[in-house]
Design a protein around this ligand. Structure first.
Ligand code: RB5
Length: 144
């Protein structure tokens, strides 16, 4: 299951990404927001992150206006590796090397077709493990 969430700045792009992923037959859980009324992105980041750290969802997609605030918030939560990506190469590499369990984008920055390519590249890539797992262990050691 893929968790997805946005604030009002990412709401429109989130709707397109949900449709794109559903067309591919993927299971999605939407943690809001559910319209364009103003909300606080840390609340959405927290809900999506908790679904991953709690085991309900495997990974997540977070969208705000720039993708920056929601990624900063998500990365405050132990166990989360949220990657702010606006290009396809970084999206693929952040799965292969960082095993990012959340990808973040700006709904006011990327167009929908590029966003679909970014999400597809990230979901389609495999974590390489090995020396990269050692580095991830060091990242999480910083949490304590
Ligand atoms: C909301 O206006 C905007 O600040 C938010 O979506 C995001 O871009 C913050 O980083």
């Amino acid at each position: 299951m893929i968790a997805i969430g946005s604030d009002h700045g990412g709401f429109e792009l989130k709707t397109h990404i949900i449709n794109h992923l559903k067309e591919k037959g993927l299971e999605i859980k939407d943690f809001g927001c559910y319209d364009e009324n103003s909300v606080d992105y840390p609340d959405i980041a927290q809900a999506v992150a908790a679904s991953i750290t709690g085991g309900e969802c495997e990974n997540g997609i977070l969208i705000c206006g720039t993708g920056i605030g929601i990624s900063i918030a998500a990365n405050k939560i132990n166990g989360i590796r949220a990657a702010h990506c606006h290009d396809v190469y970084s999206a693929e590499m952040t799965k292969r090397h960082n095993n990012a369990n959340i990808i973040c984008m700006g709904g006011r920055v990327v167009g929908r077709e590029l966003a679909f390519m970014i999400v597809d590249a990230w979901l389609g890539a495999e974590f390489e493990g090995g020396r990269h797992q050692n580095r991830i262990d060091k990242i999480h050691a910083l949490e304590s």
